[in-house]
Write a protein that binds this ligand. Structure first.
Ligand code: NAD
Length: 369
């Protein structure tokens, strides 16, 4: 089997210490599961600004295009507060997403039984929750033209953003959602505001026939975004895959994430279009959390969001579905053994470091082998 090429981008803050532990995890899979990885490492964010003069260099972008998957941890920190906006750490992440044309953002919200009490919702509402939000990431109101501020001839100031979607943009994000639903519980909820927005009515008019023609086996349901926001806290388990635009996806994925109650547990992936020849998609895998400057360098960070991100990378880019399941099960076992980093600590559990949590996951992997 050809080696699977992964570009590792630790980034800033807690990024390097989490990446160090992630290398131990990948090493376990190469030794015990005989997987062949070709790992390379690059700079992104503030580390890249300091080292290479830009928050992501052209050379790193070229490498990101050439590998099978890119795994990043986090960028940012107060050290770069006074750097010009275009050179800030976050600009590196935005450029990576834009240049690789990563239009599909996947944000799962999974509640582990061991952490069911971390949610602000009652356990009976969130127990067993496993939903996936697919957010369109490169179009819509965050990018639409015209945009800007102006002063009208009567002196009134105004600002303007444009919500715009083309048929191909809607079709490609919908296809991602339907294909993922086929690997899950076969249900897609498409979310917009067809009642009050032209772009919402168009979104619905594009998704409905596409589903009928290409995915008749997947159940499709439509929901207005405000109702979806409500349903997510009323009865979140009714959902399987939710597909929505950039703006609503931004809000709804944060809401869904908080159903789980803990930032240190949330993975994400961003995917591009499939290559015409190989069918492979460009991809960027990253935990949802930031660089946590308040705990950086102290071996306190929770590495589980990144480990669950690795499981997504196994499943969606490396064709290692069974190993993804193996890793997710090990995370679950580690939590059931009582190991907790500070962010998810509960009475009666054992406080562990980043390294300690990794040890617990590796032990669970060994035990399940
Ligand atoms: P943050 O996610 O870094 O931290 C928020 C809180 O959660 C902090 O108290 C932090 O200690 C805690 N936390 C986050 N991840 C954790 C983990 N893995 N384990 C334990 N605790 C964890 O968000 P913030 O404080 O708003 O931002 C800090 C920096 O990160 C900023 O520069 C921001 O721009 C950047 N940021 C980057 C990304 C990214 O790289 N994708 C995302 C969000 C924020």
């Amino acid at each position: 089997m050809a080696a699977l090429r992964i570009l590792l981008l630790p980034g800033d803050g807690i990024g390097p210490e989490i990446m160090r532990e992630t290398r131990r995890l990948l090493d376990w899979f190469s030794r015990k599961r005989k997987l062949s990885f070709e790992l390379s490492e690059g700079l992104v964010g503030g580390a890249a600004y300091d080292g290479e003069g830009a928050p992501v260099s052209d050379a790193t972008l070229a490498r990101a295009r050439a590998v099978d998957a890119v795994l990043m941890v986090s960028v940012g920190g107060t050290k770069w507060d006074n750097v010009p906006r275009a050179l800030r750490p976050e600009a590196g992440l935005l450029r990576l997403r834009k240049e690789l044309d990563l239009f599909a953002n996947l944000r799962p919200a999974i509640v582990f039984d061991a952490l069911v009490d971390a949610s602000t919702l009652r356990p009976e509402i969130v127990r067993g929750l496993d939903i996936l939000i697919v957010r369109e990431l490169t179009g819509g109101v965050y990018f639409g033209q015209p945009r800007g501020r102006e002063t009208l001839s009567d002196g009134t100031e105004r600002a303007l953003d444009t919500q715009v979607y083309t048929r191909p943009e809607i079709e490609r994000i919908a296809r991602v959602a339907f294909e993922l639903a086929r690997k899950r519980r076969n249900k897609v909820t498409s979310v917009e505001k067809a009642n009050v927005m032209e772009s919402g009515a168009f979104w619905r008019a594009v998704v409905t026939p596409l589903a009928k023609a290409e995915y008749p086996d997947v159940t499709l349901e439509h929901l207005y975004a405000d109702n979806c926001a409500m349903q997510l806290v009323r009865n979140p388990r009714q959902f399987d895959v939710i597909v929505t635009d950039n703006l609503f996806g931004d809000l709804l994925s944060d809401e869904a994430a908080m159903l789980t109650g803990s930032l240190g547990m949330l993975p994400s992936a961003s995917l591009g279009a499939p290559d015409a020849k190989t069918g492979k998609r460009l991809s960027l895998y990253e935990p949802v959390h930031g660089s946590a400057p308040d705990i950086a360098g102290q071996n306190k960070a929770n590495p589980l969001a990144t480990f669950l991100t690795v499981a997504m990378m196994f499943r969606y880019s490396l064709d290692l579905g069974k190993d993804a399941e193996r890793l997710e099960a090990a995370v679950k076992s580690a939590l059931e053994s009582g190991a907790r980093t500070g962010d998810i600590m509960q009475p009666g559990k054992t406080l562990v470091s980043t390294t300690g949590m990794t040890d617990a996951v590796l032990k669970a992997l060994d035990q399940a082998l």
